[in-house]
Design a protein around this ligand. Structure first.
Ligand code: SF4
Length: 250
């Protein structure tokens, strides 16, 4: 079966530690940045869409269940690292029934190259058993049911709802948290605040892919340490005082 992709491209630290890594001063500074007008926000996403009409990620999966497993495994790990481990895991266990049957020790062994593998193996077995017992072996399509699964938080639920079920959720990872604050698009002290602000400002027609566009932008252009403002599609719209795009080259 063909593999699908989820989160955009290569290595990506999970959002679990986003809040810890966030610098309050940066967030405060961004919160004082000029606000984006609705027309500017719409223009930014129009450009993102024009540049990449169907953005995709690289967390490999073959079904909603394997997507859920991959996203759980990606917490505080990279997509590339997860993708190295999941082919062998999914070959043996691509359904909750098979995962539960495989057992914690075997799962642990198969994912031992991924950070926090002991806890993740425990969670994968527990969530698989819960899916079988309470959801007929299917991945539920509601936030409440997803977040009730072991090892599944808001960000994981948002990714699954978006990618597997086409819902316009916006999962805020470290890249989106940084972009929201730095650019002034959606400043917030926590990932939830940034998510809520993005939900409030992103036009409806762009919400389905907003998560992927912003992650890609953060991963390849608006980098954490040295943002490539000179190559940025939205440089003229960005409110970050430190942006370099519009300055003449030295
Ligand atoms: S101009 Fe620079 S800081 Fe602003 S969004 Fe683009 S890359 Fe990021």
């Amino acid at each position: 079966m063909a593999r699908k992709s989820t989160k955009p491209s290569r290595s990506q630290p999970a959002a679990a530690s986003v809040q810890n890594r966030a610098k309050p001063a940066t967030a405060r500074a961004a919160q004082q940045s000029p606000q984006w007008s609705p027309a500017e926000v719409a223009e930014a996403f129009r450009r993102f869409q024009a540049a990449r009409p169907e953005p995709r990620g690289e967390l490999e999966h073959i079904s909603p269940f394997t997507l859920l497993v991959a996203v759980v495994l990606s917490a505080q790990a990279t997509d590339a690292g997860v993708n190295k481990a999941t082919p062998a895991l999914f070959k043996l266990a691509d359904t909750p029934e098979k995962m539960a049957k495989l057992g914690e020790a075997r799962v642990r062994d198969l994912i031992k190259t991924i950070g926090l593998y002991r806890t993740k193996a425990k969670n994968l077995i527990a969530l698989s058993k819960k899916l079988v017992a309470e959801h007929g072996g299917q991945v539920p399509n509601t936030r409440e049911a997803l977040e009730a699964l072991p090892g599944v938080g808001r960000k994981t639920a948002n990714v699954v709802l978006n990618v597997a079920f086409g819902q316009p959720t916006i999962a805020v990872d470290t890249h989106i948290f940084r972009i929201g604050n730095r650019t002034g698009l959606a400043p917030g002290r926590t990932p939830l605040e940034v998510e809520q602000k993005l939900q409030a400002v992103v036009p409806e027609q762009y919400k389905r892919h907003a998560h992927h566009w912003l992650i890609l932008h953060g991963r390849y252009v608006c980098l954490a340490r040295r943002p490539l403002c000179g190559k940025c599609l939205i440089a003229d719209l960005c409110k970050w005082p430190g942006k370099t795009a519009l300055k003449p080259a030295a």
